[in-house]
Design a protein around this ligand. Structure first.
Ligand SMILES: C[S@@+](CC[C@H](N)C(=O)[O-])C[C@H]1O[C@@H](n2cnc3c(N)ncnc32)[C@H](O)[C@@H]1O
Length: 259
């Protein structure tokens, strides 16, 4: 019952120095919470925006099978090293590739004998927000720059975080996630973790809401859950001239395969 409450707090643990190489990792605790609820031991889980493999790592720890697909080779290498060190069970692979080609990637990996995926959990690029420095002196963006850490995922044209136009980004996300349907078990659930974001012109870009609407073309939208972070530093962004809130929550869109 607790897992069905529509909001929850997960405070990410401090990241290791290798995990810090990725600008926007989500916590394994968050993945475990959902995977535990939506799947059984031995189920197959897919993450098409796998980053440094948090989904794969969490699935290994709790005895599911998993595949993560990530465009940036550097993140695949970091993630694969860490996953190899985890003691756990099941089959786990972090694959390098463009998830627009998800069918081909999965087919090739399993030599035409791919399992059906029982659950998808993922967090895509939040549009091109990592490329837009929005904060004052102490923003995370600026701190990462000072430490010489990556502030965005990379320059590849296939990276959905590099699309300039907002509507085009929402549509590409819809296309990519829509391509997962033939790989899924009947009535499989998906959890997409996103955030609405304030653009540099001060306008809120409703990524979560627009994406929910676009994804409803291919899936049944079942629920939204709100992941709250309660250990993030507060910033004094717009004061005293502009209203700018501290956004410490993400939307977890829960969708279901129609067939
Ligand atoms: C928000 S991050 C995901 C982080 C991941 N949940 C983790 O914990 O490490 C989004 C990821 O999507 C990747 N990405 C962007 N476009 C992609 C594409 N077309 N195919 C596969 N991965 C892509 C980016 O390189 C980035 O690592």
């Amino acid at each position: 019952m607790k897992a069905t409450k529509s909001w929850f707090v997960v405070n990410p643990k401090a990241r290791t120095s290798t995990q810090m190489q990725h600008p926007a990792k989500f916590p394994e605790e968050l993945v475990k919470r959902f995977v535990d609820f939506f799947t059984k031991e031995g189920s197959w889980v897919l993450d098409p925006f796998a980053g440094v493999g948090s989904t794969v790592a969490a699935c290994k720890e709790i005895g599911r099978n998993s595949i993560g697909i990530e465009l940036a080779r550097e993140f695949v290498e970091i993630g694969s090293g860490a996953i190899n060190e985890i003691e756990g069970s099941g089959q786990h692979h972090l694959l390098q590739g463009d998830s627009m080609q998800v069918m081909e990637i999965i087919d090739k990996h399993f030599n035409g004998q791919a399992p059906r995926f029982d659950y998808v959990i993922t967090s895509p690029p939040y549009w091109n927000m990592l490329r837009k420095s929005r904060g004052g002196n102490d923003s995370v963006h600026k701190e990462r720059a000072k430490k010489g850490l990556k502030q965005h995922y990379g320059d590849a044209v296939e990276d959905l975080g590099n699309i300039e136009n907002f509507d085009e980004y929402i549509d590409s996300m819809g296309q990519l996630l829509g391509r997962l349907t033939p790989l899924l078990s009947d009535r499989a659930y998906l959890t997409i973790v996103v955030q609405n974001m304030r653009d540099i012109d001060g306008i809120l870009r409703p990524i979560a809401w627009d994406l929910a609407k676009r994804l409803s073309e291919d899936y049944d939208l079942r629920q939204e859950m709100i992941w709250c972070q309660d250990n993030k530093r507060l910033g004094c962004w717009g004061y005293p001239s502009t209203y700018v809130s501290n956004v410490h929550h993400h939307y977890c869109l829960i969708l279901q395969n129609r067939v």
